[in-house]
Design a protein around this ligand. Structure first.
Ligand SMILES: Nc1ncnc2c1ncn2[C@@H]1O[C@H](COP(=O)(O)OP(=O)(O)OP(=O)(O)O)[C@@H](O)[C@H]1O
Ligand SMILES: Nc1ccn([C@H]2C[C@H](O)[C@@H](COP(=O)(O)O)O2)c(=O)n1
Length: 243
């Protein structure tokens, strides 16, 4: 079992201390798009922790593990090797050496990921990977997920909690699904599916989706993606200047 990040770089001895940024929030609030763009702008690493939970879920599904059986999921939690590439220009995720970036986005994985990620043994395993990756990021890292500010990196230099109305989030997801071709998107069904996943993620016992007490909340409902990126870049630069 191993998990590391691949983003080689050399750091000068005079370089500022790495900056650790935690971005959490419900589904479709813009965590991935914002985190990736902010990391690219500031020369930081980027980690999509949802992709890791999706990767372990995909492994369970492809290895015949019943994802509703928490004991079976826990017993297998250490078996897959999950490797995250943290270059924001080209984030990658492999499971046992296989590129999983496509398969982890299927409806089957989306429908099972909340159950798998609620299993404490899975969270322990994935949290260890996340902390190791963050500790090894040469200039710092933007880590996005559900429990980064509360559990994974409680000492992060900056914590952000993104929100947006369910209608705005459904419309954004609808735009993505439409872009991928196929039938017209049912926005009500998309909204209900988002809310169901939020409820499962916020309702689990271990490390639920929650805003950290010291997180800055940014409501993105009325903001463009560019505005959100600019807002987060400014917050990080302010933190860096204050150090
Ligand atoms: N402020 C915004 N305005 C309009 N569209 C946005 C905004 N932020 C993100 N989007 C779009 O919304 C969609 C969802 O964004 P993204 O995947 O970044 O959200 P997320 O919070 O990471 O979702 P999930 O938790 O489900 O992975 C993407 O198509 C993205 O381009
Ligand atoms: N820190 C995290 C990140 C993600 N999850 C779980 C819950 C989500 O529904 C799922 C997929 O995440 P997404 O790709 O939509 O960001 O993974 C979690 O429990 N903790």
């Amino acid at each position: 079992m191993a998990a590391t990040s691949r983003q080689a770089s050399s750091v000068s001895p005079d370089a500022p201390a790495p900056v650790i940024v935690a971005i959490d929030g419900p589904s479709g609030t813009g965590k991935s798009s914002t985190s990736r763009a902010v990391a690219a702008k500031l020369g930081l690493s980027y980690l999509d922790t949802g992709a890791q939970y999706r990767a372990i879920t995909w492994w369970m599904l492809t290895h015949g593990i019943d994802v509703r059986d928490a004991e079976a999921v826990a017993a297998a939690a250490d078996r897959p090797e999950i490797l995250s590439g943290t270059d924001p220009a080209e984030p990658t995720i492999t499971v046992d050496g296989t590129d999983a970036s496509g398969p982890i986005r299927t409806q089957e994985v989306t429908g099972a990921v909340s159950a798998v990620s609620a299993v404490p043994a899975v969270r322990t395993r994935i949290t260890e990977l996340q902390r190791a990756i963050a500790a090894g990021a040469p200039t710092g890292i933007v880590v996005e997920g559900r429990d980064i500010g509360t559990t994974v990196l409680p000492d992060a230099d900056l914590k952000i909690f993104l929100t947006a109305s369910p209608e705005a989030r459904a419309a954004r997801r609808g735009g993505e699904l439409k872009g991928s071709g196929g039938r017209p998107v049912d926005l009500d069904a998309t909204r209900e599916a988002l809310l169901r996943r939020d409820a499962a993620d916020a309702g689990r016992k271990t490390s639920p989706l929650r805003k950290a007490d010291d997180a800055v909340e940014v409501d993105t409902t009325e903001l463009t993606l560019e505005q959100v990126i600019e807002c987060v870049v400014t917050l990080i630069e302010e933190k860096q200047q204050a150090r």
